[in-house]
Design a protein around this ligand. Structure first.
Ligand code: CP
Length: 305
């Protein structure tokens, strides 16, 4: 593969290879000297049109740990503010001869469009409500390292599924690896077509969490709800917020995950977010490793790579 635009298009073998590479990258990142030279001489540009804490910083660290020169494009102070289009911005950066561009954009499909125009490898760091492939890979890595496998596990993805690229990429990836994926949330936030994809749907948390191995919480994506139904935070927490009482319906050794950013007291209670079942901090560590793995895999297809 020349780009990583989504989980769609990756085979279970592609996914397994990336997760194996990421396991090695975890070891590199835990050493005092964290550097490899796979991307020495290469240039990586982070181009984020939407806010990010985890994804942007972990791509920057991943690139640097592999020896690349990393440039973070500051979109907020760029000529995008003067009306320059996505494609003109991308072509301008392309002319500076980067090897890899990592892109986040509010429009689904924007990253695919950009990938058709530029000469370098492109990584999708989230496009609208469409895909966030490196998030799904880091979630699978976290699950695999804790449970030893993904196949056969019951994974309950809970909350605002409708607007979530994380949910979509996770559904594709976890299903490809043989997990039993459930979607749990208010009917207004469950997209049509889940059943056709083999996903069980639940509008009741207790039923949806029963015997789950993994409970994956998602925030309400208010920025994507223009004109639609917006639940109140207090009511959402009462019915769909993960607290210890609701978590008790999952398996005793269930893991709690959240891609971040969290809204404590809305979709997740602090006691659970910071509790013994939580793997939320570990997910962040796995995020750097997975992004190192993705960059290393793409490097094999770069010209003269
Ligand atoms: N999970 C995730 O994509 O977080 P950021 O928006 O902070 O990058």
């Amino acid at each position: 593969h020349r780009h990583l635009l989504g989980i769609e298009g990756l085979s279970p073998l592609d996914i397994a290879i990336l997760l194996d590479l990421a396991d090695e990258a975890v070891e590199v990142s835990r050493q005092v000297e964290k550097k490899r030279s796979t991307l020495r001489g290469r240039t990586l540009i982070n181009l984020f049109f939407e806010a990010s804490t985890r994804t942007q910083s972990s791509f920057e660290l991943a690139g640097k740990r592999l020896g690349a020169d990393v440039m973070n494009m500051s979109v907020a102070s760029s000529s995008v503010k003067k009306g320059e289009t996505l494609i003109d911005t991308a072509m301008t950066l392309n002319a500076m001869r980067p090897d890899i561009i990592v892109v986040r954009h509010a429009q689904a499909g924007a990253v695919h469009l950009l990938a058709k125009k530029v000469d370098c490898a492109v990584v999708n760091a989230g496009d609208g409500a469409h895909e966030h492939p490196t998030q799904a890979l880091l979630d699978a890595l976290t699950i695999r390292r804790n449970k030893g496998k993904v196949a056969g596990l019951i994974v309950a993805i809970c909350g605002d599924i409708l607007h979530s690229r994380v949910a979509r990429s996770n559904i594709l990836l976890l299903s490809a690896l043989g997990a039993r994926v459930r979607a749990v949330g208010p009917s207004t936030l469950l997209p049509a077509g889940l059943k056709r994809m083999g996903i069980e749907t639940f509008t009741d948390m207790k039923a949806g969490l029963r015997d789950a191995d993994i409970v994956m919480m998602l925030r309400l994506q208010r920025e994507r709800m223009q004109g639609g139904f917006i639940p109140s935070a207090r009511e959402f927490f009462r019915f769909f917020g993960l607290d210890e009482a609701k978590l008790a319906f999952a398996k005793p050794d269930a893991l709690v995950m959240h891609p971040g950013p969290m809204n404590r007291g809305v979709e997740i209670d602090s006691a659970v977010a910071d509790g013994a079942h939580s793997r939320i901090r570990e997910q962040v560590e796995m995020g750097v490793a997975v992004r190192m793995a993705v960059l290393e895999a793409l490097a094999q297809h770069l010209p003269n790579g």
